[in-house]
Design a binder for this molecule. Sequence first.
Ligand SMILES: Cc1ncc(COP(=O)(O)O)c(C=O)c1O
Length: 382
Amino acid sequence: MIPGPTEVAPDILRGMSSPVPAHYMDEWLQLYKDTLRMLRDLLQSENDMFIMTGSGSVSLEGAICSLVEPGDKVLADEAFADYARLCGANVVDVTPPVGETLNPALIQDALRKEKDVKIVAILHNVTWTAVTHRIDLIGEIVEKEGAIFVIDAVSSIGGIEIKTDKWHVDVVASASQKALAVPPGIAPVAVGKRAWEKIENRREPIRSMYLNFLNYRKPPIDPSWTWHPTPNTPATTLIRALSQSLNKMHEEGFQNVFKRHEVTGRAVREGFKAAGLRLLVKDEKWASNTVTAVLWPEGYDYTRFWRTLYDRYSLMIGNPPEQTFHPIEGRRYFRVGHMGNTASPKYVLPALGRIEAALKDVGYPVKPGEMVKAAQEVFLSG
Ligand SMILES: Cc1ncc(COP(=O)(O)O)c(C=O)c1O
């Protein structure tokens, strides 16, 4: 139950042990195109889609490297600021305080004050603090001010709804290993018309081959896409796994998938609150539906709690004791992922039961069953 990589369904794992597909010929072209079509449906977009090989970072860095030119003014948060600086951008950091959502009005003010901002690049879902940003409100503001809107959807894609076109999102950068429920290694990307225009009208060439989005739009090997739909050898086994996972999500219905994550998010939060634990998110209406961050109660042994969960109850949660990043006044916190296959009572109820037991083991006053009961009530009322 960590916030990625997540559990991969057994049939998909089995499929991954069948012969490695080649990355050309009709069968592959069909599978690749069908996968892109399902991704477009999932992201509610008619924009160009492609799948990069690499973890989520390749899509984030690709977006920035392709769009940003030296001297461009970029509003960026913690996910994108360093990439943008490396590409020579003049970065205005818009990262909100820990546990808070990015206020759309502040983006509006920053865009007006800074003038001539070329790109706004922010997270959709902040995996490390379990907060979701209001990209539905921010996209329109960004477009009105004439900037390009890039989002990091690594921990939202497949779990939290993204209305790419309606919300004026120009680039969606994402990854396979979280709510898409595929192993790490591929990064789906969606690029819209306004982003392509910015890329095509660059004064300077993009200083990368691998990260250059133009090479994914029209692979240099064959622009007509009849032979080879990607500019390099893609992770065919992973793309086939992604196509299987998307097919399952499609069968369930994408809206049902988002609803399942929404109910699960609420159930997990109610579970922790029932034990008197505090969430890291400052206001629950900003809480993520794919991951929950919980402040560790002071005076109890966190290392023992985490190890007990892992060694005795066979449950891995986020933030192992070795992790030293504690963003709130040095306070320790832990995270539970509930995305993809784990966004389900099947995973969440036993996990909360084990967490209760481990809390009890370190002397924290929790009544057996109270976290599970609170979560169960949410699941039952749906
Ligand atoms: C929101 C977010 N963005 C980017 C990344 C980096 O992705 P990756 O580790 O797949 O490169 C992560 C990693 O977990 C993430 O949670």
